[in-house]
Ligand binder design. Structure first.
Ligand code: G3H
Length: 213
């Protein structure tokens, strides 16, 4: 891979009211971000075409509405640049990129979880990485389903933009940035931000782009 661009989906209706999980659509603010991200994607293309070291830019989303809709304004096409064929952002929808599934707590706010399942809440607080929601997933479970994707990613020679969720992006980020798993589970991956990672032999260059008005 040349560079990996990570972006959370734009703000969702659930984000706006503090609920986790679900499959809600974008809020007005999230929709505005989707437009800015498409604009940003155009700039990645321009840069890559000029530097000439990639023939394609890939695009991955999860199977959830909020990531697919965040990516939907990104233009994808086959183009010719300096006589070479380029494939821009051929989108791929991957269920393995779906957000950590909170099982019985899906669709609740953290306050509701604490009230309804105080023991679960406490267990998670004590070991967020290994804690598995009843009928849901743990971060370790998510690491297991991301593993094949990360291997595939590492074999690519093109740039990639991943539109994902905070939980899964934490783990992908931690993998490339060389952070511990324990640290990964509590890392903050902000909204409205594209994180660009360029892995090198012994480290990884990081840049952040805050996409605002
Ligand atoms: O819905 C999941 C969040 O984006 C990640 O939340 O910090 O409770 O794992 P968490």
């Amino acid at each position: 891979t040349c560079s990996i661009y990570l972006s959370r989906h734009g703000q969702s209706e659930y984000n706006a009211c503090g609920k986790i999980g679900g499959d809600s659509n974008l809020s007005a603010m999230g929709e505005a971000y989707a437009l800015k991200l498409a604009d940003f994607a155009d700039r990645i293309i321009a840069h890559d075409a000029d530097s000439g070291d990639a023939q394609a830019v890939r695009l991955w989303t999860s199977s959830l509405l909020r990531t697919k809709n965040t990516a939907r304004h990104i233009k994808h096409a086959k183009i010719k640049h300096d006589g070479k064929d380029w494939i821009q952002f051929a989108p791929r929808v991957l269920r393995n990129l779906d957000e950590i599934y909170a099982g019985v707590c899906d669709g609740m706010t953290y306050e509701e979880i604490q009230k309804t399942y105080p023991h679960e809440y406490e267990m998670r607080r004590q070991n967020k990485l290994a804690y598995r929601y009843p009928r849901g997933e743990s971060y370790l479970d998510v690491i297991a389903r991301l593993d094949p994707l990360i291997q595939e990613l590492e074999s690519y020679r093109e740039d990639i933009l991943i539109v994902g969720h905070q939980g899964v992006l934490r783990l992908i980020y931690a993998y490339f940035a060389g952070l511990d798993r324990d640290e990964a589970a509590t890392l903050s991956i902000p909204l409205n931000t594209v994180i660009k990672l360029t892995p090198r032999t012994h480290d990884c260059i990081e840049e952040r782009f805050l996409l605002h008005d």
